[in-house]
Design a protein around this ligand. Structure first.
Ligand code: DQA
Length: 145
């Protein structure tokens, strides 16, 4: 089984970006933690990050036939991107929405996720551990399908 982790804008800055909200763990550290857990679960993972909406749309589209599920931290595009939502609707793969912070406990504009209705579920608020939970969720969705 292969799970694709996609990370949206500004997540390349994790570690130094608003550490009071997002913690001090870098995206590379998170990837290492996910890889350790993935090895225990016996699955492969691939990690990507882009600041560009169209690149994320391309990666979602290209995942069909190459990956079994997607774990997606769409970052700010969560709240704005109809294009990403349409790509998720079209790809025919389970997508787990994930966030480091609890988006529902933050500014009102973050409460609405345009992608939530087309994802299998949402993990939000557990810091770097949200990525482990999203991995577990994605694997479970596939294994119990
Ligand atoms: C985020 C939450 C978003 O609202 C924000 O724009 C991000 C990160 C999170 O992981 O908590 O960039 O997706």
């Amino acid at each position: 089984m292969k799970i694709l982790f996609l990370n949206g804008p500004n997540l390349n800055l994790l570690g130094t970006r608003q550490p009071e909200i997002y913690g001090r763990t870098t995206l590379a550290d998170i990837e290492a933690q996910v890889r350790t857990r993935a090895a225990i679960l016996g699955v492969d993972v691939e990690f990507r990050q882009s600041n560009h909406e169209g690149q994320l749309v391309d990666w979602v589209q290209e995942a069909r036939g190459r990956f079994d599920a997607i774990a997606l931290n769409a970052a700010a595009y969560t709240h704005t991107s109809v294009a990403l939502r349409d790509a998720i609707s079209s790809v025919g793969l389970p997508v787990v929405e994930l966030h480091l912070s609890n988006i529902h406990a933050r500014e009102e504009f973050r409460h609405r996720s345009l992608i939530a209705p087309v994802c299998v579920g949402q993990v939000s608020g557990f810091g770097a551990f949200s990525y482990i939970l999203a991995l577990e969720a994605a694997v479970n969705v596939k294994r119990s399908a």
